[in-house]
Each structure stands twice: as C-alpha cells, then as structure tokens.
Write a protein that binds this ligand. Sequence first.
Ligand code: PEP
Length: 249
Amino acid sequence: MRRKLAAGNWKMNGLNEALAEMQKLAESHADSTTEILLCPPATLLSRAANTLGDTAIILGGQDCHAVKNGAHTGDISADMLADAGAKWVIVGHSERREDHDEHNEDVRAKANAAWEAGLGAIICLGESLAQREAANTLDIIAGQLAGSIPDNATAENLVIAYEPIWAIGTGKVPTLAQIGEVHDFIRARMERRFGAGVGRGIRILYGGSVKPDNATEIFSVPNVDGALVGGASLKAADFSQIIDALEAG
Ligand code: PEP
C-alpha cells in the first residue's frame, strides 16, 4: 500500500552537464512504478524541471528556510523551491544539522514551511556512532521524531529518512537487524502518534551508503520503503540499479 520511493540527494554536486545524467535516468525508467525523486542543488532545479518535463522523475530541494521570504541572504524558501519545480524538500539532513547547527525545532519549522508551500517534507534523522555505541540509538530517534515532525503530518506530506550519521558517505552500513529495529521502532511511534491509518501509510526510507551491491538486501527489510541515496545517485547507471532493486523487492 505504500508506494516505494527512491530519492537521490546530490548535495553540493552538479553543474549544467549533470542534466544529461538526469535525462539518461528518465529514459531508462519511463514506466517506473517506483516514485523516483532527484534533489539536485537549487541552482539546477529550474533547468532540471525543463529537462525532465513530464517524465516519471520528480524533483526536490535539499533544504528550505522556515519563513516564506525576507532578509535572509543566501537562503531559499519553500515557495521558491516549488516555483522552480520541486515537489519535495529534504529537511534535517545530518549535514545541515551539523554544518548549520540546526536542531529539531528548526527542522519542524522547515517541515511546516514546506507544507505551507505545498511541498512534501522528507525529514531526516539518525544517530551518531557515539550514540549507537552507547546504546542510545532508539532514545535519540524517539527524541528526533517527537521534536522534528509537526503534528499535522499525513502519509502524503511526510517521508521519514532514517540515516545513521556514521553510515553517510562512509561505506559502512548497519546490519539488516539494526536497520529493521529502527524502522520498526519508527513505524510503531508513527502509529502511536498519528493513528494506525496515517502511521502505516508514512514511508520510511533508509539512507547511508546505499549502493547497487547492497540495495537488494536493504530493501528486503520490513518497513524499508525505499532509500535516500547520496553518492550513488550521481551516476544514472548506479542509481538505476538501486531503483531496479527497489522495484524488484
Ligand atoms: C545522504 O546524503 O543522505 C546519503 C545517504 O549519502 P550516501 O548515500 O553517500 O551515504
């Protein structure tokens, strides 16, 4: 009942020539049943929207400001992302939390701003290595869920991405049991907070060093509804294999 989602986070990568990779991806997944989302840098969004046209690939932003407009030099509002062709926006990525000192309340405000602009919000959360080693993972996740997700979440406007910080860009991946434990925990929390209907409909992505050679086993874990992919989403050939693995699962 939950539509699978393959989301690519290009981070601070991608110049004009990268549009060709998007086009390649669109051509090889014209009839995809999986939802395919690319989040390029904001500078490419409008051009990407023109390139992709009405293909199966949709676009998202990587962050947004919490307010609609104003004196915030260098920032981008959710309305601006929507205007440029985005349908979703990633908020609370660990690199934002770390590099820009963003906390749960900031993430919550950004998710609300996304919803006001008509965008869906992909809210990221995950523990550090020290927190995992101290056996605090589920407490940390519980706090991030409670603090980052606004009360008016629905299965349509929210996607949660579980991304252990120590797995992002490192090539290290949690065991399938560790992924399963956290995804089951998130599902249970969402059902408890929003009711079984909404809680069961919210998609939960895994993110952290997903590659073509580990995607199939990660997607076999219950309550993994797709992936948020960084490095391996930059090349159409790699991301394509991950999408195929998701669709086959
Ligand atoms: C990410 O940026 O969200 C991510 C998961 O990166 P990578 O796939 O490169 O680990």
